[in-house]
Design a protein around this ligand. Structure first.
Ligand SMILES: [Zn+2]
Length: 74
């Protein structure tokens, strides 16, 4: 009777044997990093904040072009 062999989810090779510092269920630390990178990348994409910019037209206060020219001739 043999134990069900685990395979690396990244490359499909038999995973590393159990032990201290074993990258299981991956075959090598390299594949472990690949998987981690995928997770981080996905999380990064999802967590991009999409805030609508609230740009309102500034009300033109102080529309005063009066130069005080109010001297009537005649
Ligand atoms: Zn692998």
């Amino acid at each position: 009777m043999s134990l069900p062999e685990r395979t690396c989810p990244i490359c499909g090779r038999p995973s590393a044997p159990p032990g201290e510092r074993s990258p299981r269920p991956f075959c090598t630390p390299r594949c472990q990093m690949v998987d981690l990178g995928r997770w981080l990348n996905e999380d990064y994409v999802v967590s991009v904040p999409t805030e609508p910019l609230a740009l309102g037209p500034e009300s033109g206060a102080g529309d005063d072009d009066g130069d005080g020219h109010d001297d009537r001739e005649r």
